[in-house]
Design a protein around this ligand. Structure first.
Ligand SMILES: [Zn+2]
Length: 151
């Protein structure tokens, strides 16, 4: 039985989803997979130099879970680099963080963004009206390959 994972928070969509060593025909190529959450763990830990603590907070997982995710990611990437395998980046258990919240004014229809964690704005920055609502993006707007999947 597959144990369900809790969703991990991922701050962005990777644009590149496939790496392949040069000069090896696709047919002879072995592929390894890293998941979107593993990819994010690599980014936070190795590219942004975050501590495990900080990176775990960002992804909303425990420090131990983060350690497991990043170790698996490093091992997979090392395997690909050293043994000349292609890397597919897809799947895993994750949710994309909306970095900004979007609000729409009911009066002047102004649409504006506020960063996360700053609380509900006082009023519409344009007409100062207090009657506005938060616009929520639909999940299906994400490209298919970015949707959360269980492996
Ligand atoms: Zn307004």
């Amino acid at each position: 039985m597959v144990r369900p994972h809790k969703n991990r928070m991922v701050a962005f969509n990777p644009d590149i989803s496939y790496f392949k060593p040069r000069g090896i025909p696709l047919l002879d190529l072995e592929e390894v997979q890293i998941t979107i959450d593993e990819y994010e763990a690599l980014r936070l830990s190795d590219l942004m130099d975050m501590s495990y603590e900080e990176a775990a907070n960002n992804m909303e997982v425990s420090r131990a879970t983060f350690g497991r995710i990043v170790r698996r990611a490093r091992k997979t990437v090392a395997d690909a680099l050293i043994n000349g395998k292609a890397i597919i980046i897809q799947g895993g258990s994750y949710r994309i963080i909306d970095r900004n919240r979007i609000f729409i004014c009911n009066k002047c229809h102004n649409k504006w963004e506020e960063p996360r964690g700053t609380g509900r704005p006082e009023n519409c920055p344009l007409c100062k009206h207090k009657n506005f609502y938060r616009f929520v993006k639909k999940k299906s707007n994400l490209p298919r390959r970015m949707r959360s999947t269980q492996r």
